[in-house]
Design a protein around this ligand. Structure first.
Ligand SMILES: C[S@@+](CC[C@H](N)C(=O)[O-])C[C@H]1O[C@@H](n2cnc3c(N)ncnc32)[C@H](O)[C@@H]1O
Length: 246
């Protein structure tokens, strides 16, 4: 499979990708692993509430949304069209038809594969759409599948998505905690120098999750206090704007 590339030693790089894929396939097997759970608007606001107000998101009725490393529940909650990109599409036929009626879809693909970005571009062009207006990248445990010794990969991924965004589009993301804070700070400074509006917060995130195990009827509500990921909001000033390279 054609992969995203970095400047690193190809052998080391291939091993990182192999390890990440092995993790991802293991998760596919474990249907109820929390790394696999997908949440909607309220939960996203637990992450991004200091950067964006619920009303501001709800006002974006005409937006085209992307939920990268997510199954698009946020798009359904906001009632906007768009696409979720995730390892597997878990929907049944009724859900697929309902999504289709609202111009929503799920692309099953690996964010480490170039092919996945081609599928996203195709989804946009098939719909006659010029780009996304609202992008969420909040993989939670999904970041554990990204190669930790290649933090620059995350920024490559951001740039790929950035190219598919319209002017004035907003991107909200949680930066994987394995990326050093000074690297993120440097990236944010470069963004602001280049005219990209970049704001961030780093605060404790409390996530309330409901876990129902297969075959059990009890719904277990768990509160998790997570490491303090940096939450980032980027606004693309115009379609020609580029993200800084590290
Ligand atoms: C814990 S869920 C989080 C989903 C959602 N963004 C949220 O915040 O509720 C992790 C998601 O990351 C996706 N994921 C993990 N590794 C991935 C990869 N390499 N490529 C695409 N999606 C991936 C999984 O399929 C899953 O949908």
């Amino acid at each position: 499979m054609d992969e995203l590339t970095t400047e690193h030693d190809p052998a080391v790089w291939r091993k990182s990708i192999r390890d990440s894929r092995a993790k991802s396939s293991q998760w596919k097997e474990e249907g109820d692993s929390w790394r696999y759970k997908n949440f909607g608007l309220d939960s996203y606001l637990e992450s991004f509430g200091s950067l964006v107000k619920k009303e501001e998101l709800e006002a974006k009725q005409h937006a085209v949304g992307l939920d990268l490393m997510g199954q698009g529940q946020i798009l359904r909650d906001l009632d906007i069209r768009g696409v979720g990109v995730t390892l597997v599409d878990p929907r049944n036929t009724t859900q697929v038809l309902d999504d289709r009626a609202h111009q929503r879809d799920i692309i099953s693909g690996d964010v480490l594969a170039r092919q996945t970005y081609k599928k996203i571009e195709k989804w946009l062009s098939d719909g006659g759409l010029s780009g996304f207006n609202l992008v969420f990248i909040r993989p939670l445990g999904g970041t554990e599948a990204l190669p930790k010794n290649h933090p620059e990969l995350y920024f490559t991924l951001l740039s790929r998505i950035w190219k598919m965004m319209d002017s004035e589009a907003m991107l909200l993301t949680e930066v994987p905690t394995f990326i050093p804070k000074d690297v993120v700070q440097h990236f944010i400074d470069q963004c602001n120098t280049n005219g990209v509006q970049a704001k961030f917060v780093q605060e404790e995130t409390r996530l309330t999750t409901s876990i129902r195990k297969a075959g059990e009827n009890t719904l277990k509500v768990q509160e998790r206090f997570r490491k303090n990921p940096i939450k980032l909001k980027l606004i693309k000033p115009n379609s020609a704007s580029k993200l800084p390279t590290l």
